[in-house]
Design a protein around this ligand. Structure first.
Ligand SMILES: *Cc1c(COP(=O)(O)O)cnc(C)c1O
Length: 423
């Protein structure tokens, strides 16, 4: 499938006159339509709720849009909890799925009335000690071994640090009930960024059967099953798109097969999607600063891996469109790079693209999740701005770019530093 950016060169130029590149831009229309499709695909389940994984794109304007579409927030840290609270999202609209949890974080989640998803058996006593046991508690499951779909190995839960074994789940439930918990949730995350439509249905099957066993052995009331994140997107043109209708229908079949006959047809389905909710609705927009021709042909952008880490970190593919050259033949082969003093700072290696020139504007696709949020300050590079392309076609700055003063803000104001600042 051809990948088409959601902005044209003309639109980009208008925005650049206001906000210089590089910046991440998000497509409000695409975000809302996608969220509505998700809710429709799971509309058969009365309690269905998506808890957006805040870590993917922690911007309050985007969180607000998702809130308006019915989403809660999945937080993993104190700061993300505070961010959700600032957006007016609290109570059971917040899922707290953390690991190696600090006391302060656990207390904040409890004080906000969030659903707490315990990563380990020992966290039952930890939670009781630092915050008390709430009425509803979720426990994260790790089945161990290899997780495969058909002949394909998806991931290796046996090597994953998350969750507890089934034996520990049973003990945790019993202990929690003895300490006053009345209802339970079950959570697992077994494969990341998968476009196999069978992933959620398979995971649902595993968790529904576990829910029935846990109910039978402990008598616990299971209120929800949390399928977590992991539904992937088509980063590359040759990849399939996730079919959310087929995924919702696949989960419904497992629900009818396993939970309904067990008299558990009132269980709510929760998701904690990050990537699927926002990745396709973000672009990193950058300008070509330099080109050089040595052993290979290089195009250097004003963005770098500090603005989008996935290619450098995972060798991830991100499609690149040269705006205004959408219809030109891709008859050149370039490495598209940033300016870090790191040779892995390449957005693309050996990528067929149209002939490029200094001043060209590129859209790097699918940066709406795990893009800006994974940014860092290596080489004194600063985090970029974030811009919202609104439904009416206008744009709004939803986070300004960092300045050197932001970079210096965490130095102590020692006399030495004052001297430096004052020249
Ligand atoms: C990262 C994460 C998610 C979101 O994952 P995506 O791949 O963005 O869907 C959801 N839940 C938990 C616990 C996570 O760690």
């Amino acid at each position: 499938m051809q990948k088409v950016p959601f902005i044209t060169l003309e639109q980009a130029q208008k925005i650049i006159a206001d906000v210089p590149t590089p910046f991440h831009i998000y497509d409000e229309k695409g975000i809302r339509e996608n969220a509505r499709r998700l809710y429709k695909a799971f509309g058969w389940n009365k309690g269905f709720k998506e808890y957006f994984a805040v870590k993917a794109t922690p911007n309050p304007y985007l969180m607000q849009i998702l809130k308006e579409e019915g989403c809660g927030m999945d937080c993993s840290s104190y700061t993300e909890l505070v961010l959700s609270e600032a957006c007016g999202i609290t109570g059971h609209d917040v899922m707290f799925s953390s690991n190696v949890t600090p006391v302060q974080d656990m207390q904040k989640a409890a004080a906000m009335g969030a659903y707490i998803n315990l990563d380990d058996y020992t966290h039952v006593e930890f939670l009781e000690r630092v915050a008390g046991i709430p009425e509803t508690v979720c426990c994260r499951y790790n089945p161990g071994g290899m997780f495969s779909l058909g002949n394909d190995i998806m991931d290796n839960p046996g090597e994953a640090k998350y969750g507890m074994t089934e034996v520990q789940m049973v003990s945790a439930f019993k202990k929690l009930m003895a300490k006053g918990a009345k209802q339970f949730g079950i959570h697992a995350f077994l494969a990341s960024n998968t476009t196999y439509n069978e992933y959620y249905p398979t995971l649902a099957g595993i968790l529904f059967e576990l829910a029935v066993r846990l109910h039978e052995t402990t008598g616990a009331k299971i209120a929800f099953v949390n399928l977590s994140g992991g539904v992937g997107v088509d980063y590359a043109p040759y990849q399939p798109k996730s079919d959310i209708e087929a995924i919702g229908e696949g989960v419904r079949k497992k629900f009818e097969e396993i939970l309904v006959p067990a008299g558990m047809g009132d269980v709510a389905i929760f998701t904690e999607l990050g990537r699927y909710m926002l990745a396709p609705y973000g672009h990193l927009v950058a300008t070509v600063l330099h080109e050089k021709h040595i052993q290979k042909d290089y195009i250097g952008l004003d963005a770098c891996a500090a603005n989008l880490m996935r290619p450098a970190m995972y060798g991830a593919y991100h499609h690149i469109t040269v705006l205004g050259k959408e219809d030109e033949p891709c008859d050149r082969i370039y490495d598209v790079t940033g300016g870090l003093c790191e040779n892995n700072d390449k957005f693309a290696v050996d990528r067929p693209l149209p002939k490029m020139e200094i001043g060209d504007v590129v859209a790097i696709h699918d940066t709406g999740a795990h893009g800006f949020s994974m940014g860092y300050n290596y080489n004194g590079k600063l985090r970029s701005a974030e811009v919202l392309l609104k439904e009416d076609g206008s744009h709004q700055l939803i986070r300004r770019a960092e300045t050197p003063a932001d970079y210096f803000a965490t130095f102590d104001c020692t006399p030495y530093w004052d001297k430096l600042k004052n020249g």
